[in-house]
Design a binder for this molecule. Sequence first.
Ligand code: URA
Length: 270
Amino acid sequence: MGLERIQKILAKAGIASRRQAEQMILEGRVMVNGQIIRQLGFKADVFRDHIKVDGKRLLKPEPPMTYLLHKPRGYVSTVRDPAGRPTVIDLLKGVKWRVYPLGRLDFDAEGLLLLTNDGDLAYTLSHPKFSIPRTYWVKVEGFPDPLSLNRLKKGIKLEDGEAKALSIRVLRQTEKHSWAEIVVGEGRNHLVKRMFLAIGHPVLKLKRIGFGPIRLGNLPIGQYRPLREEELEKLKKMIEERKKVGTSRPMKIEGRNKSHRGDSRNDYRD
Ligand code: URA
């Protein structure tokens, strides 16, 4: 985060608007490392400097942290569950930050789940307008033929609008089942299950193995780790590229709530 203008720090901390914060500085109500600051251009580091307003210490914000969890089946992807089922937060033993799941994986699904306390990152990665690719391995009943798979690629009608696979391929087949890899660019509820159901092949198992450039890799089930710097860089690069190119679909999604910004921890769906 580094150095920032003191009025910006106060505004971000919710103490006052930037303009009000400037007034507070001019009035001599703000101290940095024991010195009253009256300069509007003064910069401080919110993590390193000791900042006081009206004699009260400004609490340090949480550093932005993002974790990758290998979610097992039998866990809900929310912070709390009214039904009392285990939540993915129960698996983050030792994480002291208030992170929340970025998108959802169904209770009976497993695989890659990102958790973050970085609201901007969560908002961008969850927004359908950026169409971040999610990669899933699914076990389905029967043997989907090329025609049906093509229907998923071209776009199939679901009750809440059309859904499209960005890519799809059969990985292997057993006596009664097939495994396929499917990539979709959004996180609507039960999307992959509903897509396969629409072509007559119910999903029996679902595992997410990729989210944008991030891969689950060989992280053991139930374990988590912080995202590596280079992974965060790749994610941010992907977002920047998408912002430049424009978007692949309009902001308004038919049949769905127009507002995606909600401030509830449970607003990010997957
Ligand atoms: N699609 C689904 O059907 N379920 C998930 O958990 C994720 C995507």
